[in-house]
Design a binder for this molecule. Sequence first.
Ligand SMILES: *Cc1c(COP(=O)(O)O)cnc(C)c1O
Length: 546
Amino acid sequence: MTKEEKRQQEKLVADWQALMRTFIRPENDAAKATLVKYMEQILFGLQGFLKKHVGITEEISLMKLSSGFTNTLISETPEKKLADVISGIVEDVAPYAVNVASPYFVGHMTSAIPFFMVHLKTIIAALNQNVVKLETSKVFSVVEKQVLAKIHRLIYKKDDDFYYKHVQNTYTTLGCFTEGGTAANLTALWVARNTAFAPKNGFAGIENEGIQAAYQAYNVDRSVVLVSRRGHYSLRKAGGILGIGNQNIVPVDVDRDNRINLKKLLETINYFQKAGRTKILAVIGIAGATETGTIDPLRKIGEICAEKKLHFHVDAAFGGAVLVSEKFNHLLDGIETADSVTIDGHKQFYMPMTCGMVYFNDPTSLDAVEYHANYVNRLGSVDLGIKSLSGSREANSLILDSALKIMGSKGYALLIEHGIDTARQMADEIKTRPVFQLVTEPELNILTYRICPENIRLDLDRGNPDKKRRINHKLNDININVQRIQREAGNSFVSRTVLMPRNRPENEIVVLRCVIMNPMTDIKILNEILNEQEEIFKSKFQGYVP
Ligand SMILES: *Cc1c(COP(=O)(O)O)cnc(C)c1O
């Protein structure tokens, strides 16, 4: 051990004094300057690697990477000082993270965020409010109610009186912040389930007595939720957690454009209602399917649900923010007929990980999941934890509210419109390239396509089923490999998924998927990405095409 190392180690003891120093705020100028220096290191040090790569796989395999993270012992004495921890992260960890901020990272729904979000997130950590109850958050509970009302208004467009009455009403709730879209969907279906199996003569409600007693009281043996085949898998998790079974999240076929087939939906509803003994808890419309960006015909589904008296939930985790764009909000026409709506903050509201939200048309809907505890969340208090799945949680509403103030709805609209416009440009470009086939037109800022050279498309259209299957199989293989090779090269990232045209498993095709969210991603960059894919295909796989 060198003298320096020894000196370092001597300092690093876990004693009371050292501990106290980490809790006391910096008092003198020198201490303050040090902390500012750390913040600089974080804000700018972390940016260094961002310029270089997009993926983690270029220089190091996951296996090699994980071999450096196998020590499972917690050291008894401190290992490092804050400064060393920060530089360790900046130098040894961050370079192997994924550069989601790169304009060449166009594969997923969470990517670049405005730089000011880092500051806002720091404020949240600095104040460390817990919005589960008023006693640990005070003004932040009030801020949350206000932001909830703002977004509720964006969705439901009720009148001034309505918002005046509910914005700070301690007995009603317009919505709830959650960990993410998964928890938001779960909350919506939780409410739908408890409302469908509400207390009645001699039955204390499903939340209290459980599923078996509920089915008995309501004379059914099954409950289902209907959603198109494009439904997000979080809905199946909710089916499991809510005890109805995930096989009862019933997939409804989609039409050629990947929207729920309304005829099939009606047939399915009629089938269950006629047969009896099955309760339909909810019908879900998707506003921005995760794989294709498709938006279901919300107004039509709303009409069906109103007629059949069913809970209508819209999963707008991805697409909800499009409501701020006057140019494109018509795409979500009918969303205001939903009983509940999921929107993710960390997707198109460009918030840092993680933030979900769920909204309800009826400000008393969340009463169906109300809980009280003796020490917090007392009856009639503002305590937000009374009607929320989470217990302790951060004051995410402040981040959203501040971002809305910094950007204005117009600023957000510009971001959203750039994504959609650019996706459309890319779709046009793909159509001019004989190597590629556009699989789904971008309705929002998501498009899917695949490598499928023009000359074999004829065979795919006309060939016998066996031949078609063989060709598709080969193409799937090629697309998987091209995506992988491009990802591993680390210059850009496009994701891939599997689609099932005409709802038939034997038609499964692998597609490449672009999500365009970064304002710095333009058609020039997208052309480079397509060029790279085309080159990989031509140099490695052209000969394999049947
Ligand atoms: C992302 C997404 C979800 C899940 O949200 P998380 O925030 O990842 O939990 C649900 N539904 C849709 C349509 C989504 O795009």
